[in-house]
Design a binder for this molecule. Structure first.
Ligand code: GRG
Length: 305
């Protein structure tokens, strides 16, 4: 992917930024005989999943959009860390026995397999909470905190009960009946699409994107979310487990409704190519320098992990 050089450097240092954020968070808590063990346990649970790798797509998007629209890098970085924490919390919870019951994530045993279900729930909650703390802190130190608050609102709304959580509820509950195309689109737009869209918008909001530009970015963000999910569904059928770092054929085993199940594999692939081309055309209409978005779209549609 053709990332802006500054963002490229940051992303390659991203793991140390993430662990640094957790370290800093616990640095001012009083260490006593009573607190020591609990602090170490929750820290280990948070770090385990956060530092297990992953493609870092959401922070990459956010940082690149922020730099493309002239945001202050230090603030954007806090938001990039926060969005990755929210994404990681959602994966920890999604893998729980009461949800998808997965034992492999990012190439490692899932959080609950290592630390138990109780600690996995709490580590996920802790990441979600810390994400908000980071975004608030970053916002209040801005000259105009409003930008930070607007970006934060975008991210929290996308991951909340009108976004990712709503999509997860629909995904779990609608499988009790037959799923049609409308329901499938609804699930994916909310469960996967909204946080990706929020990464696009939050980065641009932290910068100087005006309302007309945000309007265009909104539809590009939505289309990127759909593209991501279509490929994710294809990889569940034809992907290589060792490359993807999570179990494949899970949707098939769970008789889950996916795009390949509904449209067939070839038609889903054709849809990916069509969508790729239409997003590229939309990107051309943006005012910002958009090489990264273009190569991200190509990466997302052609990835094999
Ligand atoms: C609130 C109890 C509670 C649970 C929340 C909302 C939720 C659980 C789960 C939904 C999150 C989810 C699994 C969305 C699917 C999106 C998806 C395909 C995630 C994988 O994203 P990648 O490929 O992962 O970017 P990496 O590991 O590369 O970061």
């Amino acid at each position: 992917m053709k990332l802006n050089r500054e963002v490229q450097t940051l992303i390659s240092r991203f793991d140390s930024l993430l662990s640094g954020a957790i370290e800093a968070h616990f640095s001012d808590i009083e260490r006593t005989n009573a607190s020591n063990r609990a602090i170490d346990i929750v820290k280990e649970g948070m770090n385990y999943s956060l530092l297990a790798g992953g493609k870092r797509i959401r922070p990459m998007i956010l940082l690149e959009m922020a730099t493309a629209y002239g945001a202050e890098l230090k603030t954007a970085l806090e938001f990039a860390i926060a969005i990755e924490m929210i994404h990681t919390y959602s994966l920890i919870h999604d893998d729980l026995p009461s949800m998808d019951n997965d034992d492999l994530r990012r190439g490692k045993p899932t959080n609950h397999v290592v630390f138990g279900e109780d600690m996995a729930i709490l580590s996920g909650d802790a990441l979600l909470n810390l994400a908000s703390e980071l975004m608030i802190n970053a916002s209040i130190s801005l000259d105009s905190p409003e930008k930070g608050l607007r970006a934060m609102y975008e991210i929290l709304q996308a991951s909340g009960s009108k976004g990712m959580i709503l999509g997860q509820v629909a995904d779990i509950k609608y499988h009790e009946g037959v799923i049609d195309r409308e329901a499938l689109d609804f699930i994916n737009a909310n469960k996967t699409g909204k946080l990706l869209k929020a990464a696009v918008l939050a980065g641009a909001i932290l910068g100087r994107a005006d309302d007309a530009e945000l309007f265009k970015l909104k539809s590009i963000g939505e289309a990127i979310g759909l593209l991501f999910q279509l490929v994710d569904d294809i990889l569940d059928v034809v992907g290589d487990e060792s490359k993807i770092g999570k179990r494949t054929q899970i949707d098939l085993q769970n008789e889950k409704c996916t795009y390949p199940a509904l449209l067939g594999l070839e038609q889903t692939r054709a849809y990916v190519s069509e969508l790729e081309q239409s997003i590229l055309m939309e990107i051309d209409k943006l005012s910002c320098q958009s090489d990264f978005l273009r190569s991200l779209v190509l990466f997302l549609s052609r990835r094999d992990y």
